[in-house]
Design a protein around this ligand. Structure first.
Ligand SMILES: Nc1ncnc2c1ncn2[C@@H]1O[C@H](COP(=O)(O)OP(=O)(O)O)[C@@H](O)[C@H]1O
Ligand SMILES: [Mg+2]
Length: 202
């Protein structure tokens, strides 16, 4: 993935910003430049889609910007915090308190109920959920009657709604979603996208 600096960078405070980001996998014959000098900013309160062919670096960009993967060079910030150079513990805290991530494969824990999956990040952190906020999130994703179900007892669309609720529960500053509708039928997919768009609006 490459970007033109002139069109991609906005001025002002961004929810997330990458500057001159490079990510190289492997060495020698297996060397792959997944990100080649990518500069991009995502404004607060906006819903942005990243489009491109398979293998163009979309997942790599999101993983690097969300602190799930390290960059080869360049800068990546969430709000005012520079990710590059953070120690593991600081990075964990930043991810936990400020970033939500939704994966194509839901990534729910099969032995936990829907509610336990939603509150897991907070439970691990020893933080109490904001009850009113949690109720609202659960209500908005339409899971009120399914909270004691395990993932295997839920449809794909419902599982992804659990993942959305989990990402929102901690009131993150930004949510990255990597092909969140890729495993869903078109109707469930449209619901998830509408829900995410509304979350940004509200
Ligand atoms: N862990 C990895 N090791 C080596 N190459 C990788 C790895 N992850 C991704 N790549 C390569 O980086 C490029 C971008 O991949 P990716 O970010 O997954 O693209 P997209 O999400 O747009 O399909 C691809 O050529 C892919 O093969
Ligand atoms: Mg991808």
């Amino acid at each position: 993935m490459t970007t033109s600096t002139a069109t991609a960078v906005r001025t002002g405070r961004a929810a997330a910003r990458a500057t001159g980001l490079n990510k190289v996998y492997g060495e020698g014959e297996t060397r792959v430049v997944a990100l080649d000098d990518v500069t991009v900013a995502f404004a607060q309160g906006e819903f942005t889609a990243i489009m491109g062919p398979s293998g163009s670096g979309k997942s790599t960009l999101m993983h690097c910007m969300a602190g799930l993967d390290t960059v080869s060079s360049g800068s990546s910030t969430i709000g005012d915090t520079e990710l590059v150079g953070l120690k593991d513990k600081q990075l964990t805290q930043l991810r936990r308190d400020h970033i939500g991530f939704i994966f194509q494969a839901f990534n729910l824990l099969p032995t936990l109920t829907a509610l336990e999956n939603i509150t897991l990040p907070m439970d691990i952190a020893g933080r109490k959920a904001d009850k009113a906020w949690l109720d609202r999130v659960v209500d908005t994703v339409g899971l009120s009657g399914r909270l004691s179900h395990r993932p295997s007892q839920l449809s794909g669309g419902q599982q992804q709604r659990v993942a959305c609720a989990r990402a929102l529960a901690g009131k993150p500053d930004i949510i990255f979603a990597d092909e969140p509708t890729g495993n869903l039928d078109s109707r469930s997919g449209a619901e998830i996208l509408a829900f995410l768009r509304n979350s940004v609006r509200e």
